[in-house]
Design a binder for this molecule. Structure first.
Ligand code: FAD
Length: 488
């Protein structure tokens, strides 16, 4: 009987996509009795990528992502499997309101408004957010003919066409574009909000489509609020994954290149990883869960065509400023989750959120934890501000918009350079091409936010999909000896 060597899988990147991939590989190894040796290489000193919870005293501070969309199940299913089910918390429904800045004031987004369109015209008509002309244009939406011909278009073009320019500049740019910290003139509607494209196609109107979707949801009885987190912050997901994978993780190990390696004793195709620190390692299969630009660099020598396509994915930078105030010092804090500031308002922050109103247990009694988002594709210049200037900008905005004049009790600035992939028009075609080229490379899978969804659930699902593909590949090609040897 030939001796079966375990197959080694390298996972590159310790963000949520890479951690999910490594964890799924570990689960599959156990379930299918596959002898896998899993190594996760993270270039930085910490795991989690854009998920980071900092705890200071009784404050639970999210410096990056703070919410998990419950409608997409992958992240919650993972949490359940990690034993975190009991720690999931929903948003506080008493404060389920979002505001938008108009002429320096916070106005509530009309009820039933979903990112870029309302489901009902009544609340729009009663809202001071739009001019009479803007309201009239929105009311026309159900009568605007469907777009002829296929092909992608920008979020801005879609909204302008269906609902008019005012909806774009007053709400959609900040609300929908803000999720991607993107320029809506460049953002692909097909890649970011395909359900609106589908509503237009199916119902001839996004307003009709939204009403149909709401009617459908009414019957299903959702278990969770739209967004959820964990009692001790989204970082719990990272901590639980890190604990499970402890033996497999190496931090401070940036992968510089991935090269084919045929020098093994059985001459099967393997992969040689070269690290930035000069070290090397050989693996039978690789999940690349680093950002597109890092994947492009690592693959440039061996796979220039794929590398060139990956390098086309652009990224934007942002910063998050957390501030804690005594609640009494923030008299005008609106009872809501937060607000967005459209570019047309020319503020120095793109959004603000009232973290401790949104989720329970984020701040000690009598304190209010808020955060401000700075930067994004439309405000690249602001990333040059120093930390102190960023705090000052956030404070100025909270003072002007909400009357918070007091000194914050706590401030924390976190920069996220090149961390928001931009889904530019044509993104889905670019990704299809990337996947087609990657499919030709045996035993290498790609995962991460730049592919088919930036949200945490998308990244979990993408990482897990990559793990399934790698396990199937190894089972077929590297471990098939193990299966036949094991049989009588
Ligand atoms: C400020 C901010 C707020 C957000 N808010 C939300 C939210 O509330 N809800 C939501 O669903 N999503 C949110 N997102 C989006 C979401 O958090 C991210 O899209 C997602 O976490 C990305 O995960 P990832 O694993 O693909 O990439 P990343 O988190 O970027 O992780 C990639 C990892 O790869 C490592 N790496 C890079 N190069 C190498 C290399 N050569 N070798 C080894 N390792 C390398 C990096 O150090 C990093 O740790 C937010 C994002 C940001 C930046």
């Amino acid at each position: 009987m030939a001796e079966v060597r375990p197959a080694k899988v390298a996972v590159i990147g310790g963000g949520i996509a890479g951690l999910s991939a490594a964890n799924r590989l570990r689960e599959l190894a156990f379930e299918r009795k596959l002898p896998l040796a899993i190594e996760l290489y993270e270039g930085g000193a910490r795991l989690g990528g854009a998920l980071e919870t900092v705890r200071r005293g009784e404050f639970v501070i999210e410096t990056g992502a703070d919410s998990i969309l419950s409608e997409k199940p992958a992240a919650l299913k993972l949490a359940e499997r990690l034993g975190l089910g009991v720690e999931i918390v929903g948003t506080d429904q008493r404060f389920r309101k979002t505001f938008v800045v108009r002429n320096g004031r916070l106005l509530e987004i009309p009820e039933g408004f979903s990112l870029l369109a309302p489901s009902r015209i009544g609340p729009v008509m009663r809202s001071p957010l739009f001019s009479p002309r803007g309201k009239f244009r929105i009311a026309l939406e159900p009568w605007i003919p469907r777009r002829r011909g296929g092909g992608d278009e920008s979020l801005a073009a879609f909204v302008r066409r269906r609902l008019g320019d005012e909806t774009l500049t007053r709400v959609a740019q900040a609300l929908a574009g803000g999720i991607y910290t993107a320029d809506p003139e460049r953002l692909s509607i097909a890649a970011t909000l395909p359900r609106f494209v589908e509503m237009e196609r199916k119902h001839g109107s996004v307003m009709r489509g939204l009403r149909a979707a709401a009617a459908g949801r009414g019957e299903s009885g959702a278990r969770w609020s739209l967004f959820v987190s964990f009692r001790a912050g989204v970082g719990r997901l990272v901590e639980a994954l890190a604990a499970r994978l402890a033996d497999s993780i190496q931090t401070g190990r940036a992968v510089a290149s991935i090269l084919p390696d045929d020098s093994g004793p059985d001459r099967s195709r393997r992969w040689r990883l070269r690290f930035a620190d000069g070290g090397e390692s050989v693996a039978d299969a690789v999940v690349i869960a680093a950002p597109a630009y890092a994947a492009a660099t690592a693959l440039s020598a061996a796979f220039p065509a794929l590398s060139a396509k990956l390098a086309l994915i652009e990224y934007a930078s942002a910063a998050v400023v957390n501030l804690a105030y005594h609640a009494d010092d923030f008299p005008d804090a609106p009872a809501g989750f937060g607000f967005v500031a459209p570019a047309i308002e020319r503020r120095r922050i793109i959004a603000g959120s009232f973290t401790s109103l949104k989720y329970p247990g984020r701040a000690p009694a009598g304190m209010l934890l808020v955060r401000a988002f700075i930067g994004g594709a439309l405000n690249r210049g602001l990333m040059a501000l120093t930390d102190a200037e960023m705090v000052a900008a956030a404070r100025d905005e909270f003072r002007d918009l909400l009357g918070a004049t007091a000194e914050p009790a706590l401030t924390l600035v976190r920069r996220w350079p090149n961390s928001m992939p931009q889904y530019a028009v044509g993104h889905l075609d670019r990704v299809a091409e990337i996947e087609r080229l990657a499919d030709r490379i045996p035993g290498v899978e790609l995962a991460g936010a730049y592919l088919r969804g930036v949200g945490i659930p998308d990244c979990v699902a993408g990482g897990e999909r990559a793990a399934e593909a790698i396990a199937a590949f190894l089972d077929r090609n590297v471990l098939s000896g193990a299966a036949s040897d094991a049989s009588p």
